[in-house]
Ligand binder design. Structure first.
Ligand SMILES: NC(=O)C1=CN([C@@H]2O[C@H](COP(=O)(O)OP(=O)(O)OC[C@H]3O[C@@H](n4cnc5c(N)ncnc54)[C@H](O)[C@@H]3O)[C@@H](O)[C@H]2O)C=CC1
Ligand SMILES: CC(=O)C(=O)O
Ligand SMILES: [Mg+2]
Length: 543
């Protein structure tokens, strides 16, 4: 279907295609004589692989998704581990940085601060109002670890939704990528004549909140069956708008909750292995966070359940967690702290500020070091060696995205721990040979969680997304590893099994929603687990 929409930043009228429709069979003579489907799949793959630069691959796949969505998603599913680094992190980071330059055609919905007071009219331009089920909404203010990218953040919403389709079988026409344009503080973009967004400093504060209130209300009226995923809002607004709307509308924040869930899951598997090696109980883990933004604090909050599930009280669980931010160890005596850091601020440290990560490691004696700081190389060889000196199997998760902002590489972690590291990173690293063994890095990325969490929430038609549903998604992921994956030392399942994993997570999420009483699809309550899993699988769209 092709409809005409005029983006607010465009002078001309452009065609927006929303896909996919069942392709009409071309009339005889309008395609080459021999266009066989499986051969064409090989042709598309060969074209993709012929490109040297990952951004060229991204552009090629964007065009393929537009022109032949069935083929795009089919190849995506068949080659998940090859496609995800292109349509998602790390390449989607480059696509965002260059969006205003590589832009080809409109995709998704752009709503700017200029639309305040008439957001309803803009939303109503969306062509498939009654089909919408999931929207990823960003304001472009903190895209991955790349900072304020303004409307150049749109590819992150698009990329996440492609993973909803590929990974959880959400129908492509049920997805809405949205980028809200509040301006940008990115000087380079403001000066760039090709920049596609409003050329004004970013708006925050009460006016932004008024806009958000109107936006959320109009979304709920226009799309009564829609789940919203907030993505890459800067930390202050990420917490603000999650709390403001989470009990009013079905929504979750991926950076806080999705990341929390995925890291809890990998941590549970790593902690088991680490404790087998050390002989210590699971509850004895001590977790040091490098980075205390929405992702760091979101993960810290979720990791509380690791300890409470292992018998500690909430207070004891909190005492197992330490935060480092740009000014060093976060503790009460340090002075004024941002609201979101207060809960984990240490009350038991009374010395002078400690800023050096090695000194902090010496003081905390952590079993696990988690990076959500956007500082590449922060886990230097000396830092990794210090973790290895304290632990037979140190847990080191450099989780910042994209790859070039990772706190360390897999190779550095392996070489400085004599291969003993339990590793997960935000963006993918290749497996590596160490001695006679092959070691596999984990990818601790919320892409393992949001497709299944979203699918479960959509099918249960929840009124809100509860903490128990997020925790259920995490436990569902942790328990989804096969014997073979455990024997390979993996912390996360292989990404090629994403559909199976998402279905399993969705089942757990639906059950949790039923327990919490937020489900509206009450007919699912009486199904057995086997029936529910079958129902979920039948609902998945297949290219
Ligand atoms: N693996 C995953 O699934 C996810 C990864 N992330 C990544 O997490 C990173 C952080 O995201 P946010 O928390 O939203 O960003 P943020 O900018 O709010 O937080 C960064 C934190 O790092 C701290 N920091 C900065 N420089 C530092 C330094 N030199 N030393 C110590 N601490 C320093 C800051 O004080 C702040 O607490 C990003 O790279 C993002 O891509 C975010 C969500 C999901
Ligand atoms: C993965 C993700 O959501 C982020 O880096 O922001
Ligand atoms: Mg994000």
């Amino acid at each position: 279907m092709t409809i005409i929409l005029t983006p607010y930043w465009s002078d001309g009228v452009q065609k927006l295609k929303i896909a996919p429709q069942a392709p009409a069979k071309p009339k005889h003579g309008l395609t080459p004589p021999v266009l066989e489907d499986s051969i064409h799949a090989q042709r598309c793959l060969a074209q993709l692989r012929s490109k040297d630069k990952s951004i060229e691959k991204y552009i090629y796949l964007s065009a393929l998704k537009d022109q032949d969505p069935e083929m795009f998603y089919r190849l995506c599913l068949e080659h998940m581990s090859e496609f995800t680094p292109i349509i998602y992190t790390p390449t989607v980071g480059d696509a965002c940085l260059q969006y205003s330059h590589i832009y080809r055609r409109p995709e998704g919905l752009f709503i700017s601060i200029k639309d305040k007071g008439k957001i309803r009219d803009v939303i109503r331009n969306w062509p498939k109002l009654d089909e919408a089920r999931i929207s990823v909404v960003t304001d472009g203010s903190r895209i991955l670890g790349l900072g304020d990218l303004g409307v150049n953040g749109m590819p992150i919403s698009i990329g996440k939704l492609s993973l909803y389709v590929a990974g959880a079988g959400i129908r492509p026409s049920s997805t809405i990528p949205i980028c809200l344009d509040f301006g940008t503080n990115n000087e380079k973009f403001l000066e760039d004549p090709l920049y596609l967004g409003l050329r004004k400093p970013r708006l925050t504060g009460p006016e932004m909140t008024e806009f958000m209130d109107e936006f959320m209300h109009e979304m709920s009226v226009a799309f009564p069956k829609l789940l919203i995923q907030f993505e890459d809002f800067s930390t202050d607004n990420a917490f603000l708008y999650l709390e403001r709307y989470r009990n009013k509308y079905p929504l979750f924040n991926d950076d806080i909750q999705g990341t929390g869930a995925v890291v809890l899951s990998g941590f549970m598997n790593a902690a088991q292995i680490a404790c087998q090696a050390s002989g210590n109980p699971l509850s004895s883990h001590r977790i040091l966070f490098f980075g205390a933004g929405s992702a760091g604090v979101g993960v810290a909050m979720q990791l509380m359940s690791f300890f409470t599930l292992n018998g500690l009280s909430v207070q004891e669980a909190r005492e197992r967690i330490w935060l480092i931010d740009s000014q060093g160890l976060v503790f009460d005596g340090r002075g004024r702290l941002a609201e979101h850091k207060k809960y984990f601020s240490r009350k038991d440290y009374h010395g002078p500020p400690i800023t050096d990560i090695l000194d902090i490691i010496d003081y905390v004696q952590p079993t696990a070091l988690l990076g959500l700081s956007t500082i590449p190389g922060a886990f230097s060889p000396a830092v990794i060696q210090a973790m290895a000196a304290l632990n037979p199997r140190p847990i080191i998760f450099p989780l910042s995205n994209p790859v070039r902002l990772s706190e360390c590489s897999f190779q550095e972690a392996v070489e400085n721990t004599d291969g003993q590291v339990l590793f997960a990173s935000g963006s993918p690293f290749p497996e590596m040979k160490y001695g006679n063994t092959t070691l596999y890095p984990g990818q601790g990325n919320n892409m393992y969680i949001f497709p299944g969490l979203g699918l479960g929430a959509i099918l249960a038609r929840v009124t809100s997304v509860t903490d128990s549903m997020v925790e259920a998604s995490s436990l569902g992921l942790a328990n989804s590893l096969t014997k073979e994956e455990h024997s390979m030392g993996l912390l996360y399942p292989q990404i090629k099994r994403i559909r199976e994993i998402s279905a399993h997570i969705a089942k757990e999420v639906i059950r949790a929603s039923q327990k919490a009483g937020v489900d509206r699809s009450t007919e699912l309550r009486t199904m057995t687990d086997t029936e529910l899993l079958k129902f979920i699988n039948n609902k998945m769209w297949n290219p």
